[in-house]
Design a protein around this ligand. Structure first.
Ligand SMILES: N[C@@H](CCC(=O)N[C@@H](CS)C(=O)NCC(=O)O)C(=O)O
Length: 239
């Protein structure tokens, strides 16, 4: 959990922090954002030191758009250079910093991992549509689409412990934050796929995953506010 940073979320009207000191990597994040968690998992897995500035994404400070015109987190800043998008920032830090390279080096396997990540993101988009859908016919259609794509993910895993092979790697860290949420909110989807279910137990033991994981109760508390249209970011430990 500490991995996600406990800094207060800055909002419109709050002063822009001074730039990071020379050679210091700064992450602009949001404590409960699964895309920020992707990047934070890579940072934690590689023990990359960084500082965190959290942003209230419902009421963003104007200066934040100068960092990222898209207005989304995560963003990274170092020595005057800025990058955004979870996959791009995570790839960048994996390549730019020393330590175990998390991206699969074999080009064919890496390409196949991208395909399964795409299948999993189909699960995610259908899941979020399902949560909002009230029409029964559309709900059945979305449920079937979720199951079909989860089956593809299950088949990809086969008897391999992780999406990246014998150890958690880049693709695992891109998948886990959303998988974690589906597991928490609708575990029956995951229980239908025993290989994905045991994968969730296994990756739960990973040091980076542990470092970035919020207690279930805290994540549920955040989502109650989110669903009610009033997300509260400064909950749990706030420094
Ligand atoms: N494609 C982006 C998506 C990031 C994203 O949607 N982050 C959310 C927070 S979980 C955000 O910043 N939302 C603010 C907004 O869309 O205005 C990425 O992969 O980094």
């Amino acid at each position: 959990m500490a991995g996600m940073g406990n800094a207060k979320h800055l909002k419109a009207g709050d002063a822009e922090p001074a730039p990071p000191a020379k050679d210091v990597l700064r992450v602009y994040g949001m404590k409960f954002c699964p895309y920020v968690e992707r990047l934070k998992l890579v940072l934690a897995a590689k023990d990359i030191k960084h500082e965190t500035v959290n942003i209230n994404i419902q009421n963003k400070p104007d200066w934040f758009f100068q960092k990222n015109p898209r207005g989304t987190v995560p963003v990274i800043e170092k020595n005057g250079e800025i990058l955004y998008e979870s996959d791009i920032t995570a790839e960048y830090v994996d390549e730019a910093y020393p330590g175990r390279r998390l991206q699969t080096s074999d080009p064919l396997l890496r390409a196949k991992e991208k395909i399964v990540l795409g299948d999993f993101m189909e699960v995610v988009s259908n899941y979020y549509a399902l949560v909002k859908e009230t029409d029964e016919g559309k709900r059945s259609f979305l449920t079937a689409a979720i199951k079909a794509n989860l089956d593809k993910v299950e088949n990809f895993l086969g008897n391999t412990p992780y999406f990246c092979g014998q150890r958690p790697g880049f693709t695992d860290y891109m998948i886990w934050p959303k998988l974690e949420r589906i597991l928490l909110f609708d575990p029956e989807f995951i229980e239908q796929n025993p290989k994905i279910a045991s994968y969730c137990d296994r990756i739960g033991e990973d040091k980076a995953v542990k470092a970035c994981r919020h207690p279930n109760q805290l994540l549920l508390q955040y989502f109650e506010g989110f669903k009610a249209g009033n997300p509260v970011y400064d909950i749990g430990t706030v420094e």
